[in-house]
Design a protein around this ligand. Structure first.
Ligand code: NAD
Length: 258
């Protein structure tokens, strides 16, 4: 029960990795606010998770400032405080790789990067008032991949740099927020997972490729959402009070950034 009496907002927790965080945080004694745009999926998850502890769904679009502020207020109204924010929501399963337009590039940045800033900005005053807070951001080991996808049929124009570079931005934002908020007892850290076997991944990457990539790791094997939850709990716990601005890559040792 490492998160007993704590209140956590977890974005994108309707499914996949976010849902695994919600389940683990409830098992560690936290009250959880699931913040997501997918009402049907979130309501199903919340009704299934309710047996584990106090959990509420708040419809939240992380790319809209007013929505993030309403989410923070709803958490306060429901549980009286906000101790933990997990910025997990992103266009990943819903990411449209084929759309290389400028408009869509801006959309991916709005959700994956600006959404992390907006949610952090929305909860920060509540954490500052308490003099305590834990922010855990979800980047990706993709942030270290500068090649991205290339077409085999010659040059068709410069591709939109979107998913990978939004995650690179999340790493920078983690360090910026850690610097800004540390004096108020708030730590901000970041997880950078490799390929995780979620429904979202399976919808874009064939199982054979998931297994092939797993063989390239220092520690071979397919990673699952549950392989991330222990690290998220550590960053979110009181014992990590002097750990801030850090990035933890969890990918079996495929990328080992300095
Ligand atoms: N699965 C992987 O291999 C992997 C690897 C590295 C990082 N990640 C990151 O982990 C996170 C979760 O991944 P996943 O596999 O569970 O993906 P997913 O697509 O299943 O989950 C994303 C969640 O975010 C929600 N969401 C999307 N846009 C939103 C918005 N504007 N506001 C609020 N919620 C929104 C979705 O409804 C969904 O619940 C993402 O940040 C992803 O980039 C995933």
């Amino acid at each position: 029960m490492r998160l007993e009496h704590r209140v956590a907002i977890i974005t994108g927790a309707s499914r996949g990795i976010g849902r695994a965080y919600a389940e683990r945080f409830l098992n560690e004694g936290a009250s959880v606010v699931v913040a997501d745009v997918d009402d049907a999926s979130a309501e199903t998850s919340v009704s299934e998770l309710a047996a584990l502890g106090p959990v509420t769904y708040v419809h939240t679009d992380v790319s809209v400032a007013a929505s993030t502020e309403a989410c923070a207020q709803a958490a306060i109204d429901a549980y009286g405080q906000i101790d933990i924010l997990v910025n997990n929501a992103a266009l990943y399963g819903d990411w449209n790789l084929a759309d290389q337009s400028e408009e869509y590039l801006r959309r991916v940045f709005d959700v994956n990067l600006h959404g992390v800033w907006l949610m952090t900005r929305a909860v920060a005053p509540h954490m500052v008032r308490e003099g305590y807070g834990r922010v855990v951001n979800q980047a990706s080991a993709a942030a270290y991949n500068y090649v991205g996808t290339r077409t085999s049929d010659g040059f068709t124009g410069l591709n939109a740099f979107n998913y990978q570079q939004t995650k690179r931005g999340v790493i920078g934002l983690t360090k910026f927020s850690a610097g800004q908020l540390g004096a108020y007892g708030i730590t901000v850290n970041c997880l950078a997972p490799g390929v995780i076997d979620t429904a979202a991944t399976r919808s874009v990457v064939p199982q054979s490729v998931i297994e092939q990539l797993a063989g390239l790791q220092a520690v071979p094997g397919v990673l699952h959402a549950e392989d991330l939850t222990g690290a998220a709990v550590y960053f979110a716990s009181a014992e990590a009070r002097f750990v801030t601005g850090q990035v933890l890559v969890i990918d079996g040792g495929k990328y080992m950034p300095a």
